[in-house]
Design a protein around this ligand. Structure first.
Ligand code: GUN
Length: 297
C-alpha cells in the first residue's frame, strides 16, 4: 500500500501573505509621513538567471510600495568601480537597502564588496558584521537582525508546518555549506533548538545521513540529487535548488515525484522556497529602514 502523500507547502501563498503584511506596513509609513523605503539592486553583467531574479526583486518591491530600482553595471566593472557605486548608495539617504547580486565576475573581489556595504543597509545579511551577529545570537530574530533571505524564508515555511517551538529537538540536515544558504540556515535551525548537521560534497553516506533527518534542507544545486529512499517517512523537505535542465525545465535538488510519497511535507520547485526568498528580501528592506529611520508607525 502506498503511504500518504506529503503536504505540498505552498510557498507562493505564504509569500503572498507575507507581502500583504509588508504592503500594509509601507502604507502605515506613508500615512505617518515617513520617507518612502528604498531598495537598490546592483546587477553586474548579463547572466540570464541573475537578470531574471533581480527584475523580480525590483518588481515585487514596487508592488508593495517600496521604491525598488536596478543599478546595472557592465560585466567588465572593476572592484574599485563597484566599491565607488556601493559608497554612493551607502551615502544616499533615499536608499535603505542595498543588494549586490551574486555571483560577481571573477575580476571583482566579492568579499571586499560585501564588506563595504553599510551593515544597516545590508538586506542580504552578507556583511561580516551581520554574519557575526547571526552566529553569536542564541535566538536570532529577523526583527532586529538582517538575516540572509533564503534561510529566513525557509524558517517562515518551517514555522507554518511545525508551529511555534515545534522544531525543538528535531534533527535538521542541511545539504550545502554556502554563505548564502547552508551556513546561515544552520545558524537559524540551531536557534530553533534543532540538532543540526551540515553536509556537503565530501560527506560520507549522504543517503544514510538524510534518512536520519526530521527536517531536510537541500541547497546544493544538483538536480534531483535527493532520492525518495533518502528520506525518513514523514520528514519535512525544503528544496532550495533551482536547476535548469534540458528537457525538464526547472527542477530542484530533490526528486519531487519520488519524495512526495515519503515526506510529510515538501516544497515544490518552482513555487516553494523561491517566492519566500523575494518576500524575505522585502521584509529585510523594512527592517533595514527601521534601523535607519526608526519605527514610524
Ligand atoms: N545569488 C543567489 N542568491 C542570492 C541572494 O540571496 N542574494 C544575492 N545578493 N545574490 C544571490
Amino acid at each position: 500500500m502506498a503511504g500518504a502523500m506529503a503536504i505540498i507547502i505552498d510557498g507562493k501563498a505564504a509569500a503572498a501573505g507575507l507581502r500583504q503584511g509588508l504592503a500594509s506596513e509601507v502604507r502605515a509609513i506613508e500615512a505617518a509621513g515617513g520617507p518612502v523605503p528604498g531598495l537598490r539592486v546592483v546587477i553586474v553583467g548579463d547572466h540570464p538567471a541573475s537578470r531574471t531574479y533581480v527584475r523580480t526583486k525590483t518588481k515585487v518591491a514596487q508592488e508593495i510600495g517600496i521604491d525598488g530600482a536596478l543599478v546595472e553595471l557592465p560585466a567588465t566593472v572593476t572592484t574599485a568601480e563597484l566599491l565607488a557605486v556601493v559608497g554612493e548608495l551607502n551615502d544616499d539617504p533615499t536608499t535603505h537597502g542595498i543588494l549586490v547580486q551574486l555571483p560577481l565576475p571573477a575580476q571583482v573581489d566579492a568579499a571586499r564588496i560585501l564588506a563595504a556595504i553599510d551593515p544597516a543597509k545590508d538586506v542580504d545579511g552578507f556583511h561580516p558584521l551581520n554574519v557575526g551577529r547571526l552566529f553569536a545570537s542564541s535566538r536570532p530574530s529577523a526583527e532586529v537582525l538582517l538575516v540572509p533571505c533564503t534561510p529566513l524564508g525557509c524558517m517562515h515555511l518551517l514555522a507554518g508546518v511545525h508551529g511555534p517551538g515545534g522544531l525543538s529537538g528535531a534533527h535538521a540536515v542541511v545539504l550545502g555549506r554556502s554563505n548564502i544558504v547552508g551556513k546561515p540556515m544552520a545558524a537559524l535551525l540551531l536557534g530553533a533548538d534543532c540538532t543540526v548537521t551540515v553536509a556537503h560534497s565530501k560527506t560520507r553516506d549522504l543517503a544514510g545521513l538524510c534518512r536520519s533527518a526530521d527536517v531536510l534542507v537541500a541547497a546544493v544545486g544538483r538536480p534531483r540529487l535527493v532520492q525518495g529512499d533518502w528520506l525518513k517517512p514523514g520528514a519535512t523537505v525544503l528544496d532550495v535548488g533551482i536547476n535548469r535542465v534540458e528537457g525538464l525545465g526547472l527542477v530542484g535538488d530533490v526528486d519531487f515525484e519520488a519524495a512526495v510519497a515519503v515526506a510529510g511535507a515538501i516544497t515544490p520547485v518552482p513555487g516553494g522556497v523561491g517566492p519566500m526568498t523575494v518576500a524575505s528580501l522585502m521584509r529585510n528592506t523594512l527592517t533595514a529602514y527601521r534601523l535607519q529611520v526608526g519605527a514610524l508607525a
